[in-house]
Design a protein around this ligand. Structure first.
Ligand SMILES: CC(C)(COP(=O)(O)OP(=O)(O)OC[C@H]1O[C@@H](n2cnc3c(N)ncnc32)[C@H](O)[C@@H]1OP(=O)(O)O)[C@@H](O)C(=O)NCCC(=O)NCCS
Length: 432
């Protein structure tokens, strides 16, 4: 393939847009007449915007493309382009206005296994017009990634529910809201819904069938049970380092010595269905992992050891991952390493202690959860704990010569607070 930097490679109409030819790449960029930048590429060009890679000089518009709560300065954006961009695994593209080549936003494309995840940003100072540009950028990115690059599925990570124009434009190309997490995005004092919008490869739908037509497999009663709230423990009965104590179990921070137990039980795993098969865990990696978790400040993954009150045995872990302190949400997770302690309600009891910590100490407003279709027990446990089903994420993992979907779930702090509380003496029965 010819190098796009070589003018001989450009079709005649594109050459016209270049004011003067020069051998210096940087000079090429600066001498393009405003409004003709898109003529230097043949794809990822929409009606109003086009997408192109980040290049030196883009730092001038740092406030329009850098995401985050606080906008980046021009100098830090310049440093990032020069020093860090080359090491990025994600694909970063600029959203550029065709009429004058002004950068108005940016897209980041990430991969997870065979899936594509896209995050977008448009400078909010462009108002409603900006929403249309972002929608156009998303559509181009989805169609390019899926239809042209033959991927199974690509998703826009987060479309706020108060942007119907973006959702409508995405629907027009056949994408759909695959999960709607309610009140998972903060706007000032209010919380709005957050949509994951997913675009499927139509050829793969013909081969594999429509994933939305498959019913979520279910076990369990599907009924939420009263909350098993923390209990009051006094003096000597308080387990060492406990941060929440329930009728049968307590939560405490993970410590290095727990890694040995985790490794021991990972070698005795008998159930391959709840993840992508069984994992082999090395003790040093587990130890490093526990240490790493505590190193970020504030922690974006808080994970606790679940221990039996009767003998302090460490039987599992529960945590909140992907904590987003700005939107006050996070993803809950749980794993009972010792098979003997699964399906006996310990998971549910420990999760309620975790919810108490997440909502009342971390101040989160909502929790999300993702579960593979095959892991019906985990989904049943979530429903039992008060979670609601909010969607389907198609074909996220490979399984049995095909692909398996995930179910998505949510629990809002207010809903959890409004649930009935179990009496301490009946808590064990309700959990099991
Ligand atoms: C997921 C997990 C934390 C749930 O905790 P738990 O203590 O086992 O859950 P509970 O006993 O409170 O509830 C289990 C629910 O599943 C149902 N269930 C029990 N055993 C089951 C099985 N083998 N298959 C399917 N459903 C089952 C129960 O009926 C119950 O629902 P119900 O009370 O409404 O009838 C725990 O099983 C575990 O660690 N599993 C392995 C790791 C894992 O899957 N982690 C989650 C990844 S998303």
């Amino acid at each position: 393939m010819a190098c796009p930097r070589n003018h001989n490679w450009l079709p005649p109409d594109m050459k016209e847009s270049i004011v003067s030819t020069t051998t210096n790449d940087q000079a090429d960029e600066t001498k393009i007449e405003p409004g003709t930048g898109h003529t230097r590429q043949t794809f990822l060009i929409g009606e109003q915007v086009y997408l192109r890679p980040i290049q030196s000089g883009d730092e001038k518009y740092a406030a329009s493309w850098k995401q985050g709560i606080v906008r980046s300065s021009v100098s830090s954006a310049e440093k990032w382009i020069e020093e860090d961009l080359k090491d990025e695994e994600s694909l970063h593209l600029m959203i550029v206005r065709k009429s004058d080549d002004r950068i108005v936003g940016s897209l980041v494309r990430d991969r997870w296994k065979h899936n594509i995840w896209i995050d977008g940003y448009i400078d909010p100072l462009f108002g409603d017009q900006g929403d249309l540009w972002l929608a156009e950028a998303y559509c181009m990115m989805l169609q390019w990634s899926v239809d042209e690059q033959h991927r199974l599925v690509a998703s826009i990570n987060r479309v706020p529910g108060n942007k119907p124009v973006i959702l409508e434009k995405l629907e027009e190309i056949g994408a759909r809201s695959s999960s709607i997490f309610h009140e998972a995005q903060r706007v000032g004092d209010a919380f709005i819904d957050w949509h994951i919008v997913t675009y499927l490869n139509k050829d793969w739908v013909r081969t594999l069938g429509d994933p939305y037509a498959i019913e979520k497999p279910r076990t369990g009663t599907g009924e939420p049970r009263p909350v098993i709230a923390p209990v009051d423990v006094e003096g000597d009965n308080l387990p060492l380092n406990a941060i929440r104590v329930g009728p049968r179990v307590y939560l405490r921070p993970l410590q290095k010595a727990d890694a040995a137990k985790l490794v021991e039980w990972s070698r005795r795993e008998t159930e391959p269905f709840w993840s992508s098969g069984r994992d082999v865990v090395a003790q040093t990696s587990a130890e490093n992992w526990f240490e790493r978790l505590g190193k970020t400040e504030p922690q974006t993954w808080v994970r606790f050891a679940v221990c039996l009150r009767e003998n302090d045995e460490y039987i599992g872990s529960v945590g909140v991952d992907q904590i987003d302190y700005d939107n006050r949400c996070g993803e809950s997770e749980s794993e009972f390493h010792n098979v003997e302690y699964r399906s006996k309600g310990y998971g549910t009891e420990a999760k309620h202690l975790l919810f108490d910590y997440a909502f009342n100490t971390l101040g989160l407003h909502s929790l999300q959860s993702w579960v593979m279709y095959g892991n019906t027990r985990s989904a049943a446990a979530l429903r039992k704990q008060g979670y609601k089903d909010v969607g389907i994420e198609p074909w996220l993992v490979r399984r049995d010569g095909g692909y398996e979907c995930f179910g998505t779930y949510e629990l809002l702090a207010d809903e959890w607070r409004a649930m009935p509380r179990a009496r301490v003496e009946e808590a064990g029965d309700l959990a099991g």
